[in-house]
Design a protein around this ligand. Structure first.
Ligand SMILES: Nc1ncnc2c1ncn2[C@@H]1O[C@H](COP(=O)(O)OP(=O)(O)OP(=O)(O)O)[C@@H](O)[C@H]1O
Length: 233
């Protein structure tokens, strides 16, 4: 089943008198449970794709269909509900609230939605049992990113959107974080899209979307994605 469909999407940013065509006629689809990686140089339009899919930004043309719902015409309130109910986000800079404990940071997200996963269980999933009562600054960068993954999965979202989740981590820790996301996708059949500069992960992806200058240059379906343990980083 197709879970995400981007159909002929355009996005233009206006800065003063300048227009930037961030996306030009971008079309692709993602099936339920697929692990998709978006690759491309800086400024290619990768984050713009994720932001539109996540309802943080809106398209200027085309259609964006998520689980059968066209989100292009939604108003602010409906978009807010869409984000709260369907989308889990993981960003480069973990965006944890420094004055809340690890457990509180995760639990906060669960409050947005019925059917959420308890913070303790979400933290267990990312191997952070025993860290519940610490504050974010008492954790390493990799651990903080795992808290932000736990926070995203606590909502039990339909789709998981990850924008440079390893961008602030050393390569070894970054690989561990990617492995965690890959496992979540495989075990929970959660549709996952990752923007990353770590091209190695493409070997474990079901689909790789290459973007350049706001356009898709290639979409490769991987008939036999590797297990993470088999990837050469
Ligand atoms: N809010 C904005 N206002 C104006 N221009 C923007 C805005 N957001 C993005 N852009 C422009 O749109 C283009 C695509 O940006 P985007 O952030 O999607 O690229 P990216 O592929 O994610 O890049 P990077 O890998 O550096 O994060 C760029 O030219 C960028 O400068």
């Amino acid at each position: 089943m197709k879970q995400l469909e981007f159909g002929h999407v355009n996005k233009i940013y206006h800065t003063g008198t300048r227009e930037t065509y961030a996306l030009k006629d971008v079309s692709f689809s993602v099936r339920q449970g697929e692990f998709t990686v978006i690759l491309g140089p800086s400024g290619a339009g990768k984050s713009t794709i994720l932001n539109i899919l996540g309802g943080i930004d809106t398209a200027d043309g085309g259609t964006v269909i998520v689980s059968g719902q066209d989100i292009t015409g939604l108003g602010e309130r409906e978009l807010s509900r869409y984000r709260a109910e369907k989308v889990g986000f993981v960003f480069q800079f973990y965006n944890l609230i420094p004055t809340l404990t690890v457990s509180e940071n995760v639990a906060l997200m669960g409050e947005l939605k019925k059917g959420s996963i308890p913070a303790k269980e979400a933290l267990d999933r990312v191997g952070l049992r025993g860290h519940e009562h610490k504050f974010p600054d008492q954790l390493s960068g990799g651990e903080q990113q795992r808290v932000s993954i736990a926070r995203a999965i606590a909502k039990n979202p339909e789709i998981l959107l990850c924008d440079e989740p390893t961008g602030a981590l050393d390569s070894e820790t970054g690989c561990l974080v990617l492995e965690q996301l890959w496992r979540l996708c495989r075990e929970d059949k959660k549709t996952t899209l990752i923007v990353t500069h770590n091209a190695g992960i493409a070997q474990a992806a079901d689909k790789v979307i290459y973007v350049k200058n706001g356009e898709i240059t290639d979409i490769r379906i991987n008939p036999s994605p590797l297990k993470i343990s088999e990837v050469e980083w």
